[in-house]
Write a protein that binds this ligand. Structure first.
Ligand code: 5RP
Length: 297
């Protein structure tokens, strides 16, 4: 029992009579009613000032092998880590390469893949204990809405999201795209909504040129946009700008960073778009300035 001596009698004013208790919401869409652990992990991933994230993706090897620009994660990726808000990778990349001193929130690739196109691994997801062991801030699961493996990949999402809510870890539903799946607003809004309604705390999907706002607005949770295949730097920054202007809460960029002529300059320019609302011209200027500075060193 606590020592009762020394407890000072409260005066009435100490109770804050008349001062309403603050009941603040949370700065990310649809997250106000989430548990403390989920919010804390989301806060680590999404900058509270801008409400957005620059996620550096280098999980490609789990289905593509040593992708161009990812031959040596220690040389290609580790120098970029300081410029990212969060890292999207496999548990192997974490254990093999990412320094535990990086202090970056991890979006852990939690579903398994195969190298055979359109053969998403059915009902294989990592044990949530593994996510806890590596201190993941989010578990990412691929979902193939409308694809051959829809039911099984949705089962993966539901299983992972349930475990995530049990342990306070958000789950990211990753909408798969394949040759047979369209990348238009109609498809992407359906796929994103299906992920959210099946438990995803965040959805990762693609940008589409027409009606992207509909994809964002019909999804009750934050949307993060994947970069996709390598584009010219200006075009990639334009895509980033349009996705953010359209309401995306962040970007998950891989090839357009690590395959860029100047990955360090590119990730800084993307940061400018995401957190400082730079337009494509301003961001491209920043890219060129940083690139030139780096070349002089
Ligand atoms: C690879 C992925 C990537 O995380 C995602 O697609 C982002 O990378 P990129 O910008 O290269 O598309 O899911 O399997």
């Amino acid at each position: 029992m606590a020592d009762a001596e020394g407890i000072i009698e409260s005066k009435e004013k100490d109770f804050g009579i008349g001062v309403p208790v603050e009941t603040e919401g949370f700065y990310l869409k649809g997250m106000s009613h989430m548990d403390w652990g989920i919010k804390d992990r989301l806060r680590r991933m999404f900058n509270p000032k801008s409400g957005r994230t620059v996620m550096l993706a280098f999980d490609h090897g789990y289905i593509m092998g040593p992708t161009s620009g990812l031959e040596r994660l220690d040389l290609n990726i580790v120098p970029l880590i300081p410029y990212a808000d969060s890292l999207m990778c496999t548990k192997a990349a974490l254990r093999n390469v990412v320094p535990p001193t990086s202090n970056k929130p991890i979006c852990l690739r939690s579903s398994a893949g195969t190298t055979i196109l359109n053969e998403l691994n059915d009902e294989v997801v990592i044990d949530p204990e593994e996510a806890i062991r590596v201190n993941a801030s989010t578990m990412a699961v691929m979902v193939s809405v409308g694809g051959q493996y829809e039911a099984k990949t949705i089962a993966n999402l539901v299983k992972t999201a349930d475990a995530g809510y049990r342990y306070g870890i958000p789950t990211m539903g990753v909408t798969a795209v394949g040759k047979e799946l369209a990348r238009d607003a109609r498809y992407l809004s359906m796929a994103s909504r299906v992920c959210a309604e099946n438990g995803a705390t965040i959805v990762k999907t693609y940008y589409c040129n027409e009606h992207f706002e509909r994809v964002v607005n019909s999804c009750p949770v934050p949307i993060v946009v994947a970069g996709g295949k390598k584009l010219a730097e200006y075009d990639a920054l334009t895509l980033c700008y349009k996705a953010i202007s359209g309401g995306a809460a962040g970007l998950d960029m891989g090839r357009n960073v690590f395959q860029s002529e100047s990955p360090k300059a590119m990730i800084q320019a993307i940061n400018g778009v995401v957190h400082d609302n730079l337009n494509p011209d301003e961001a491209f200027e920043l890219y060129n300035d940083v690139k030139s500075d780096l070349e002089l060193k």
